[in-house]
Design a protein around this ligand. Structure first.
Ligand code: HGY
Ligand code: MN
Ligand code: MN
Length: 410
């Protein structure tokens, strides 16, 4: 029987969020804790310290994922929760961190109430969810659940030229625990929405039904460096011009397709990047997403056709590298309705919705009943130091997480 009156301690949860946000804190109240950086190590050490304090059995696996298990009266596959504590360079204090720290808050609430669950409960944080330094994103959870091969990922070279395996060793999180064979009973991740819908429509909780497909491509354009003043316009092979056209075309594709289609050119680097030199090279990344796999393939094909055409016109060449490609993922309808029912019964207004962002939960979805809980992001802002979620919504999310985990484990 789930003790309905059991409640998390919001002050304690906010206290941990603030304490962790101190590590890698940046101007404006945000956080920069790039995967496998010194700040990531420090953040990991703090969360592991809290896991020890809570009496969890801690394991670190070969890609640096950290899982803390609270034993149940029966052995067996744990009911899992968790997320990530690495951030983008202009990150906020809630993206990922909320899911991990709310998991610890659930553990402490159960410890304080001396509740023994039947099934074990696990809280994890997964390596390199953001993919900001090493692609692909959701790397740790993907290796954890057997999507990617760990040795391939350890050999990934980051945007700064560092090898992932070396950096993992450097921060002391190259663990021994096997990867790819972990069987969770179920997985529920609490995360901020990172978009405007819940706030705009007046909901407190999102019961997430799916994660949209993600395509990250890197295009390297090669043109001819030349003098900005002496080279006639019709004789140029300007990689910078092509990069700019790609950016405009990405927006056009998303607007013309409509629906859930998004397109983002997040990186544009010109070589040599000088005011009076026509760029001989350009690096451009294109992030395309859609809830529908066919439409996502259509967007990718339209983008590629455009780049082929514009490169012929400008007489430049290009190479394309796929950084990330995940198909859309649907969560377990039973789990989704459990989240929605629990939220409603706990008195929250709940909306069933897709996720625009990728999440660790999507790696568990093919292997066990999985769902996510969203809480509103003020102004829909995320990946930005202004990221903020009100304490009452942090409380609502952690409260729903507590009661869903109890339902799954008692
Ligand atoms: O890009 C994403 O959706 C996630 O933040 N890694
Ligand atoms: Mn996240
Ligand atoms: Mn993120």
């Amino acid at each position: 029987m789930v003790p309905e009156n059991l409640r998390i301690n919001i002050e304690r949860l906010v206290g941990r969020i603030e304490a962790l946000a101190e590590i890698g804190s940046i101007e404006g109240g945000g956080v920069c804790r790039i995967a496998l950086s010194d700040e990531d190590r420090e953040g990991r050490d703090l969360v592991v310290y809290w896991m020890h304090e809570l009496g969890l059995k801690i394991s670190i696996d070969k890609i640096g994922n950290v899982i803390g298990i609270r034993e149940g009266s029966e052995a067996g596959a744990p009911v899992m929760t968790g997320s990530h504590i690495d951030t983008v360079a202009t990150g906020g204090r809630y993206d990922g961190n909320l899911g991990v720290l709310a998991g610890l808050e659930v553990i402490q609430t159960l410890n304080d109430a001396s509740i023994t669950t039947k099934k074990p409960i696990g809280v994890g944080f997964f390596t390199n969810e953001e993919g900001a330094r090493f692609t692909p994103d959701m790397m740790g959870s993907a290796v954890h659940q057997g999507v990617f091969n760990v040795d391939d990922m350890l050999d990934v070279v980051g945007v700064d030229g560092a090898r992932l395996g070396d950096e993992l060793k450097k921060i002391g999180y190259a663990g021994e625990a096997a990867v790819g064979s972990f069987q969770a009973d179920s997985f529920v991740e609490l995360h901020i929405e990172q978009g405007p819908l819940l706030e705009f429509e007046g909901y407190e909780i999102g019961a997430v039904e799916s994660v949209q497909g993600i395509s990250w491509k890197e295009y390297r354009i090669s043109g001819t460096a030349n003098h900005a003043g002496t080279t006639p316009m019709h004789l140029r092979h300007d990689a910078g011009y092509v990069a700019a056209k790609i950016s405009v075309e990405a927006r056009r594709i998303a607007i013309s397709m409509g629906g859930h289609q998004t397109a983002t050119v997040g990186v544009t680097e010109l070589i040599p990047g000088l005011v009076n030199v026509i760029a001989k090279g350009a690096l451009v990344t294109v992030d395309l997403r859609n809830t529908d796999e066919q439409k996502l393939q259509e967007a990718e094909a339209t983008m590629l056709r455009f780049i082929e055409k514009i490169c012929i016109e400008e007489a430049v060449t290009f190479e394309c590298r796929t950084l990330v490609r995940f198909e859309p993922v649907n969560f377990d309808p039973e789990m989704v309705s459990m989240v929605a029912r629990t939220a409603t019964n706990r008195g929250y207004k709940v909306k069933q919705m897709p996720s625009g962002a990728g999440h660790d939960a999507q790696m568990f979805a093919p292997n066990c009943p999985t769902a996510m809980i969203f809480v509103p992001s003020v102004g829909g802002i995320s990946h930005n130091v202004e990221e903020y979620t009100e304490p009452k919504h942090l409380h609502a999310g952690a409260d729903v997480l507590l009661h869903v985990l109890l339902k799954k484990s008692l």
